[in-house]
Design a binder for this molecule. Structure first.
Ligand code: S3P
Length: 174
């Protein structure tokens, strides 16, 4: 059986890390959180990277880390909300046989989640800016090979089950 790479994509607050952990456990794959790997690589928390080195330095490290995972087998990778919005990153994921999965939540639910959980998310700005960013990014998230439409009241385990089901039905699947 092939051991693909699964990349969870979607906006901040979509639950990529918690769903990724649950999905990796179900599949017996290894789980990686791209943001944690970037922090490890740069030796600083992400808000400090943005504050002291700027977004471009963060994006460069993000692309480097992503490329590293595109060579591994049997992994689930939770990406940061901006990673899949780079065409080059999408190309790296897909050209190496990776499967992108978009966790698609309505803006109202993301807003509710992020209202009290945006302090460590430099791209959030304020509610208006975050909403604009969400709308700009939506067409890019829709480039994912698999889309999981969610209401937001599902547990990470339920979502992981939905993802596994969708992957088993997909031609590129697990
Ligand atoms: C970002 C989202 C963050 C993190 C960084 C940039 C973005 O990850 O990668 O702050 O551009 O949307 P989460 O989606 O896990 O919050």
């Amino acid at each position: 059986m092939s051991m693909p790479r699964i990349f969870l994509v979607g906006f901040m607050g979509a639950g990529k890390s918690s769903v990724g952990t649950a999905l990796a456990a179900r599949l017996g794959y290894q789980f990686f959180d791209l943001d944690n790997e970037i922090e490890r690589r740069l030796g600083t928390p992400i808000p400090d990277v943005f504050a002291h080195r700027g977004e471009a330095a963060f994006r460069a490290a993000e692309s480097d880390e992503l490329a590293r995972f595109a060579e591994l087998d049997g992994v689930v990778v939770a990406t940061g909300g901006g990673a899949f919005c780079s065409e080059a990153n999408r190309e790296v994921i897909h050209s190496t046989g990776g499967v992108s999965v978009f966790l698609d939540l309505p803006w109202a639910e993301l807003q509710r989640r992020l209202a009290h959980d945006h302090a460590d998310r430099p791209m959030y700005g304020d509610t208006r800016q975050a909403r604009r960013l969400f709308e700009e990014r939506l067409p890019q998230y829709l480039c994912a090979l698999v889309r999981i439409a969610l209401a937001g009241d599902e547990s990470p385990e339920e979502v992981a089950g939905r993802v596994e089901e969708a992957l088993r039905e997909a031609p590129c699947a697990i």
